[in-house]
Design a protein around this ligand. Structure first.
Ligand code: GLN
Length: 204
């Protein structure tokens, strides 16, 4: 199989706000596909793990054997995780209620900004966007980046906090870009992580 423009971006759709990611990708003319089984994942050029409840999502993934399939997928294809998705992709979760997939060398703290009432919208910065580095960020019971290893590159901040990082083909965010109007994060993922891979043969 070859990854090409025609291969959709898979959105893990077991739980959480997967539909908003589909809308965000549609707005930038990027085809997407809901992923609920290993078979759904197979043709995808990349995967998005949305926000939701990481403990529940983790159990549902295990029930479908999507945990091991996603780890294998990550060997050759990009994955973006937002909020609960960031928790699931991390190497260590401080409170140990979630067994993470360990696909990015970082420690996170769940619900670090408090309970539901502490959800908020604020303006952060993405320094690589030199012309307009300001970005509206939506946080919902968001995890915090506690620490990360040398291969991890910080990409965005909110005050002193690092809220978006990448390592190789993995991009993770503590906030929800799908819930704001700005599509630059989705465009960045599609253009920098997927399109550069056009034509690269992959095998599952
Ligand atoms: N608090 C959730 C968790 O720990 C994540 C919240 C979200 O994805 N918006 O799984």
């Amino acid at each position: 199989m070859r990854v090409s423009e025609g291969n959709p971006v898979g959105i893990l759709s077991l739980q959480g706000d997967f539909e908003k990611h589909r809308q965000a990708l549609a707005e930038i003319n990027s085809p997407s596909k809901e992923v609920r089984t290993v078979e759904d994942l197979t043709p995808c050029s990349a995967l998005i793990i949305p926000g939701g409840e990481s403990t529940t999502m983790r159990k549902l993934m295990a029930a479908e054997e999507l945990d091991s399939a996603v780890k294998k997928f990550a060997e050759s294809r990009p994955i973006m995780g937002t909020c609960a998705g960031m928790i699931l992709l991390s190497s260590k979760v401080e409170d140990s209620t979630v067994e993470p997939l360990k696909l990015i060398d970082m420690t996170v703290r769940r619900n670090a900004y408090g309970r539901q009432i502490h959800s908020f919208i604020d303006t952060g910065r993405v320094p690589m966007w030199e012309d307009n580095s300001k970005l509206e960020m939506v946080f919902i019971r968001a995890p915090q980046v506690v620490s990360y290893g040398p291969a991890v590159i910080p990409l965005a901040t909110l005050g002193e906090e690092v809220v978006m990082v990448r390592s190789g083909k993995i991009l993770v965010l503590a906030f929800h870009p799908e819930l704001a109007a700005d599509r630059r994060v989705h465009r960045f993922f599609v253009e920098e992580f997927i399109e550069e891979r056009k034509g690269i043969p992959v095998a599952l």
